[in-house]
Design a binder for this molecule. Sequence first.
Ligand code: HEC
Length: 165
Amino acid sequence: MKKLYAFILVGILWLAFATACSENKAGNEAKATDTTAATEQKDTASCSMETTIKDPNNAKPMALMMRQMADDAQAMRDLILSGKPVTEAKFPFNRFYLVEPTDTNVLEPQFFENARLFQVAYKEMMAHPKDQKAHYNAYIAKCVSCHESYCSGPLRRIRKLPIEG
Ligand code: HEC
């Protein structure tokens, strides 16, 4: 009997150790995702859980446009921070709401309303080349508000886009 208890105890200890170890590994991976490539991978993965992408290499047109929009937003941020204007010529509006999404269930009235408000924010930003920081932040806030309802995976990345201060 004593032997059995000892065996169970060792088993529990081993499990506790293994769990702690894998949690630690997850933590390190989370830290490593700060580099863009890794973040992109992670975004795709978490978004796909919600929108049921089966194959991340076979992304739908809306997902591809979103990747472009995220890269553009990062480039806009850099320009504004260096005091240069963001123009429509350089960053044409992506009409993502017209192309095929991974999950067609997103194509409902609230989604299109979010897209409309997002486009209004885009035009406002382009109409104010002298005062773009606030308008850029308002534009990014529209990414966030749609993503809160439709695809929360990329929020971690999008929330890094506003310009502080
Ligand atoms: C009107 C809603 C809406 C707005 C506005 C919006 N998104 Fe998205 N976004 C989505 C949806 C829905 C998906 C999932 C697309 C798919 O998988 O086909 C997505 C996907 C993404 C992805 C993941 C793409 C991938 O690799 O699978 C990123 C990154 C992203 N959006 C960033 C942004 C950024 C940055 C903005 C603002 C500049 C933005 N989104 C504005 C709805 C929106």
